[in-house]
Design a binder for this molecule. Sequence first.
Ligand code: AMP
Length: 213
Amino acid sequence: MYLVLLGPPGAGKGTQATALSRDYGLAHISTGDMLRSAVRDGTQLGKEARDYMDRGALVPDELVTAMMRERLQRDDAKKGFILDGFPRNVAQAEQLDAILEELDQPLELVVNLQVPEAELIRRMTGRRVCPGCGESYHLVFNPPKSLGICDQCGEDLIQRDDDKEATVRARLEVYGRENAPLVDYYNATGLLVNVDGRGTVDQVYERIRGEVK
Ligand code: AMP
């Protein structure tokens, strides 16, 4: 199964993609995670991407598509994948089609998760992550046992720079601008299904599973 998950930042794409990848044996490919790890490792790509990410802007298409071209050729992706955070605009979608055509692996489904903006801001600004083990929490929906401390490894939790409110608003603004043409693009291919992203993680997961045949 070759699948794309679309949706605004904070819609739960990462959480849903993790569950789908576990249950369907798909490679979970998140451009946000790959870019954050490049920044952490101080690679050339990380150095070039960092500034854009801290501002909530998109990293230039040529950097992201080169990274994806390489990633999609690995063996695990050939067996099936779920893309989380890519494509983010029509130019990336066209590049993705070209890469997948070369690999002879056409997309089968595009799930568009829909969540109202006020709910997204509440979800993202409450998010906290552990810099030690990567575990994530939410101040309201999934708090750690003791305030500000990771349950798993005891490190102090932090807020990702791009989860701060000003950056969250900038990310939503970029999304608002780029996403409508992307939805039109995939609607025209007949692959797009809209899924209500409100409610609990399990409720949303069941809705998505209903679309994955
Ligand atoms: P995410 O975790 O998917 O919200 O991504 C975090 C940040 O990484 C975004 O705000 C962008 O700066 C960058 N990013 C992730 N995916 C892409 C993409 N497909 N194209 C451009 N920039 C991206």
